[in-house]
Design a protein around this ligand. Structure first.
Ligand code: AKG
Ligand code: FE2
Length: 135
């Protein structure tokens, strides 16, 4: 039932990179300065999204964005997403190359597996998972 379709609620991706292959229907939106910006799919191309582990590893240089997907009742929107992250038992922390005296570590180290469990749990108390480990 198209009128019951939900799309995808606002979230950031937990991994390093997500590759999205979409048919040419809009729906993906990016949150920027409290405004939802529509992302126009380009033919024959992937959308590459940076995730939470990228933001942690780069000590905040590459941000993990908040995005959502909305559907419409006129046509079928298709997205194939592949999430790419570190090995589950790896502990992710800001890379030493990204830390300077004027840019100290901004996130606590955490095993990727534990980060994913935390993100999927209801222990966050309305914080995002990144907020939870932000120093
Ligand atoms: O439907 C979309 O284009 C977004 C999918 C997405 O955000 C995800 O797979 O993490
Ligand atoms: Fe996503």
């Amino acid at each position: 039932m198209p009128e019951q379709a939900m799309g995808l609620p606002p979230h950031s991706d937990h991994g390093v990179l997500t590759l999205l292959l979409q048919n040419e229907l809009e729906g993906l939106q990016l949150l920027r300065n409290d405004t939802w910006i529509p992302i126009h799919p380009l033919p024959n191309s992937f959308i590459v999204n940076t995730g939470d582990q990228m933001e942690i590893f780069t000590n905040g240089k590459y941000k993990s964005n908040i995005h959502r997907a909305v559907v419409n009742k006129n046509a079928t929107r298709i997205t194939i997403g592949t999430a790419h992250g570190p090995p589950l038992d790896d502990v992710v922390a800001p890379a030493t190359e990204m830390i300077r005296e004027d840019n100290p570590p901004a996130y606590r180290a955490m095993k990727y597996k534990d980060y994913m469990s935390l993100q999927q749990s209801n222990e966050l108390n309305k914080k995002t998972c990144l907020d939870y480990i932000r120093i």
